[in-house]
Design a protein around this ligand. Structure first.
Ligand code: ASP
Ligand code: MG
Length: 425
């Protein structure tokens, strides 16, 4: 069996859904698990709906729900010639129930409510895709991943219970292939042992594909995207990007650790453990080769990869009592950072100060400064960019650092990182 994952962009309108059907037709007769994300920007829109509920803004809540209902109805109108199809009713019922929710008691846990609502995006998407594929003559069934993937109750960031999930997938999911070639399910979702819906973290649908592949011992996973494969840099920051034809699991993990966003970072490990290859392919050009991520490290060094993080802030944290930066200070500093959930992109220490780079737009600077005020002096430096180069050579370094003032440099055998300021800005 193969696992395919179609993200939000690949089911964003009727033409995109038709394209999914055409891609599946290329694999006619094969057993395929299809993991879908919410359509287009639906997850973002559902997040606003959760906020409106939480802030008791009824007019806004209803308006946002109507907007999303219209969005889904317009997709249905583009896929089905007549409105008698039961899928219209299913979609309308989901939105109607969501509207009713405003008048029901809500939990005191924001993250819990978030998961109950935001999960609907994937439910809607999977129902619509299933109905359309049936109409197109595919032998297809719909599976509810909210009953298959077991997590703990860490809402919005559920941790998978692998043993229980494997058991549920073996007993309840795999048998569905007896009567179907294609089984569609939702990315990003799970459930607790009490049966409440959880989500696996934003962009978690790739991870779902990895979970199903692992539990079913799939022959491969394919993530269908609007790019030709994994590129050696984000085209947003870089002209002349090159596609990586084949890289190792290890390299893919390294790239996503440093911030490459093509694949959700948790996806790779389960596949690596079972040696299941992961393809990243273009849904626009499905016959093209794309990228394969597999065990062999043979090709990793061939092309340097670049990961850019813009708008960085560098904080230098110095103990007020002039003590050296040693274990006790470090653990105190990390502890304080953890209380505000700060995500550190780079760190460096000297005898008297500890420096960290963070995404400026993900932190509340004042809150962060207050956090250290009692025992540390904190200086900061804004408008920096962080570039990580894997498999660098001197020519690439020269090219990337030209016209930049280097503030921090870190180099190991395979990886060089520069925190720098653009002197032309
Ligand atoms: N729909 C979810 C999100 O946008 C999950 C995913 O697309 O992977 O974050
Ligand atoms: Mg998405």
């Amino acid at each position: 069996m193969k696992v395919f994952k179609f993200g939000g962009a690949s089911v964003k309108d009727p033409a995109a859904v038709k394209n999914v059907s055409q891609i599946l037709a290329l694999f006619n007769g094969q057993k395929i698990t299809v993991v879908v994300s919410a359509m287009g920007k639906t997850t973002n829109s559902l997040e606003l709906i959760v906020d409106a509920l939480w802030n008791r803004e009824e007019a806004k809540y209803n308006e946002l729900i109507d907007e999303r209902l219209q969005f889904h109805l317009s997709i249905l109108n583009g896929l089905f010639s007549e409105k008698h199809y039961s899928i219209y009713k299913k979609v309308e019922d989901i939105f109607e129930q969501l509207k009713q929710k405003f008048h029901l008691p809500i939990s005191e846990n924001y993250d819990f409510e978030y998961d109950q609502i935001v999960s609907l995006g994937e439910v809607l998407s999977s129902l619509i895709v299933t109905a359309f594929l049936k109409e197109e003559g595919h032998l297809v069934d719909w599976a509810d991943s909210r009953k298959l993937i077991r997590t703990n109750n860490l809402y919005r960031e559920g941790n998978v219970d692998w043993n229980k999930t494997e058991e549920l997938i073996h007993t309840r999911f795999e048998p569905m292939f007896k009567d179907s070639n294609i089984v569609i399910t939702q990315g990003f979702l799970g459930h607790t042992s009490e049966g409440f819906t959880t989500t696996l973290g934003r962009e978690g649908s790739d991870y779902t594909a990895g979970i199903f592949a692992y539990c079913c011992n799939a022959e491969s996973v394919t993530i269908w995207k609007d790019v030709p494969g994994m590129l050696n840099a984000d085209p947003k920051w870089f002209d002349n990007t090159v596609k990586l034809d084949s890289i190792s699991f290890k390299e893919a993990i390294e790239l996503s650790y440093y911030g490459a966003t093509v694949i959700h970072p948790k996806t790779i490990k389960p596949l690596q453990n079972k040696g299941i290859p992961l393809y990243v392919k273009s849904f626009i050009d499905p016959n093209a080769d794309g990228t394969v991520i597999q065990e062999s490290m043979e090709n990793d060094h061939l092309i340097p990869s670049f990961i850019f993080k813009m708008n960085q802030i560098l904080l230098s944290i110095t103990p007020k009592d002039f003590s050296f930066i040693v274990e006790e200070n470090l653990s105190d500093i990390f502890h304080r950072l953890a209380t505000i959930n700060a995500k550190i992109n780079l760190m460096q220490n000297s005898a008297l100060s500890f420096s960290i780079a963070l995404d400026k737009d993900k932190i509340d600077l004042q809150k962060l400064l207050n956090l250290f005020q009692d025992s540390f002096n904190v200086k900061y430096n804004e408008n920096l960019e962080l570039v990580t180069i894997r498999h660098f050579d001197q020519a690439t370094i020269d090219r990337v650092t030209e016209g930049k003032e280097i503030v921090v440099e870190q180099k190991t055998k395979q990886t060089v990182r520069f925190l720098m300021r653009d002197l032309s800005k």
